[in-house]
Design a protein around this ligand. Structure first.
Ligand SMILES: Cc1cc2nc3c(=O)[nH]c(=O)nc-3n(C[C@H](O)[C@H](O)[C@H](O)COP(=O)(O)O)c2cc1C
Length: 420
């Protein structure tokens, strides 16, 4: 009988059953809610972000507005406009809840990560809360530097972020990470300052905020303020891009979060080097079963590829990523214009169904379907070798090939284009 691949992961001296993390949200706001997830295929749960000042805990209601009514792309992409804020209960109640959560997680062999954020000017409060969550039994701490008010302070003072990390580290003995804002810049300098302060892991990222207008009613949709998590699945390439930037400068374990709805999404983060991946809004749109589906999808893929452990492929795609300037410096045809561009589309007549999408979408007017819809004419002399047609053809009938030989394959929508 074939053995199932080993998906366990070790970071910061802790062992995770598998790489799937329930990212911070109301899903783990208290003990009762946390129990919805612990019997699923997960390695860790991050609690809802807790905070002590009462003014940060005010919750307006309603606060969750899925964007389903705005069309298929929003519906399928899991876009949510949300005014969810830090947890509402006071520190004493939270401490009791975290202790119950920790005990339950320990019995389920799930790592519990306590998320919190305090006034960036008040080190003592950060230290006090960190110690109290450690005493309550949390395995790790996630300092939420991504809440809008904290992110603003930290973007103006990297020293204060480094200072809080080193103070919390000095006063506790469990691994310390931070939750990163998706807009904080300059990212490299910030991360380096935090790594220098002794950070054990980074969770990247919280989702960007925005606003949606209900055009029919001519008012902001739901609530008249900027809310979070508006990006859904399309957030993935953005979050992943910043993770690549982080990994280029520091070797620190990253929990990759943003737009994960399927196993292939999770695998993108792992292939870029993340040992763990976090799932946020998909839990709301798909329910607990998505955790098992993603885990099963990962193990199926590993089996198909012949991988026994995650470390065999973790970071494999990352090693291919260069900076854009180096691609430009090696480009063989930097200034060509039609008709001298190096690659042209070749249509497979058997696959092509003459739908005409290439004709309508090519802004260079390279394609035209003949009157009888019997063939697609390719006006090679107009082609800029951009490759758009390859990705847009619903029948997968177009390849980009070398203009001269018409044989050498350059791009067929798979993997890396041959020109790089
Ligand atoms: C309703 C909701 C509440 C959230 N609350 C928190 C929070 O309290 N603390 C935090 O660090 N991130 C919070 N997040 C952000 C998620 O942890 C995650 O970073 C973000 O949603 C991006 O991941 P996703 O694309 O999988 O949703 C919340 C997300 C949602 C959808």
């Amino acid at each position: 009988m074939e053995t199932s691949p080993d998906t366990s992961v070790g970071i910061a001296g802790l062992k995770f059953k598998n790489p799937i993390v329930v990212a911070s949200s109301e899903c783990a706001a208290n003990f009762r809610l946390l129990k919805n997830w612990t019997n699923r295929k997960i390695g860790a749960i991050v609690t809802k972000t807790f905070t002590s000042p009462a003014e940060f805990r005010i919750r307006v209601r309603p606060y969750q507005f899925p964007l389903n009514k705005f069309g298929k792309a929003y519906r399928q992409g899991g876009c949510l406009y949300s005014l969810a804020a830090p947890h509402v209960e006071d520190s004493e109640t939270v401490k009791i809840q975290v202790a119950q959560m920790a005990e339950h997680c320990r019995a389920s062999s799930v790592i519990l990560i306590a998320s919190f954020f305090e006034d960036p000017q008040n080190d003592d409060l950060w230290i006090r809360q960190a110690k109290s969550f450690e005493r309550a039994g949390a395995d790790m701490l996630e300092l939420n530097f991504s809440s809008p008010s904290a992110a603003k302070v930290f973007s103006q003072s990297f020293d204060s972020a480094g200072h809080i990390i080193s103070q919390v580290k000095k006063n506790t003995s469990i691994p310390i990470g931070l939750k990163l804002s998706p807009t904080l810049e300059p990212l490299e300098l910030f991360i380096q300052a935090c790594a220098d302060a002794g950070l054990d892991f980074v969770t990247a990222h919280n989702a960007p905020s925005g606003i949606v207008v209900d055009v029919e009613n001519e008012v902001p949709f739901g609530a008249p303020a900027l809310g979070g998590y508006v990006m859904g699945r399309v957030f993935l390439p953005y979050s992943l891009g910043r993770i690549v930037r982080i990994r280029k400068i520091v070797d620190i374990p990253i929990i990759g979060v943003g737009g994960i709805y399927e196993a292939q999404d999770a695998l993108q983060y792992i292939l870029c080097g993340c040992p763990l991946i976090g799932i946020g809004s998909a839990l709301y749109f798909k329910g607990p079963r998505i955790l098992d589906e993603i885990h099963n999808g990962i193990t199926d893929w590993m089996q198909q590829k012949g991988y026994g452990t995650l470390s065999e492929f973790q970071g494999k795609a990352f090693t291919h990523i260069k900076d854009a300037a180096s691609l430009k410096s090696r480009e063989k045809h930097p200034y060509t214009t039609p008709p001298d561009c190096p690659y042209i589309p070749i249509i497979d007549d058997e696959l092509c169904n003459r739908c005409g999408i290439c004709e309508t979408t090519c802004i260079y007017n390279v394609f035209s379907v003949d009157k009888n819809k019997s063939m697609v004419l390719v006006h090679e002399d107009k082609c800029w070798s951009c490759g758009f047609c390859v990705g847009i053809c619903p029948a997968g009938a177009i390849e980009l090939r070398d203009r001269k030989s018409k044989q050498k394959l350059i791009w067929n929508n798979q993997g890396l284009a041959q020109s790089f």
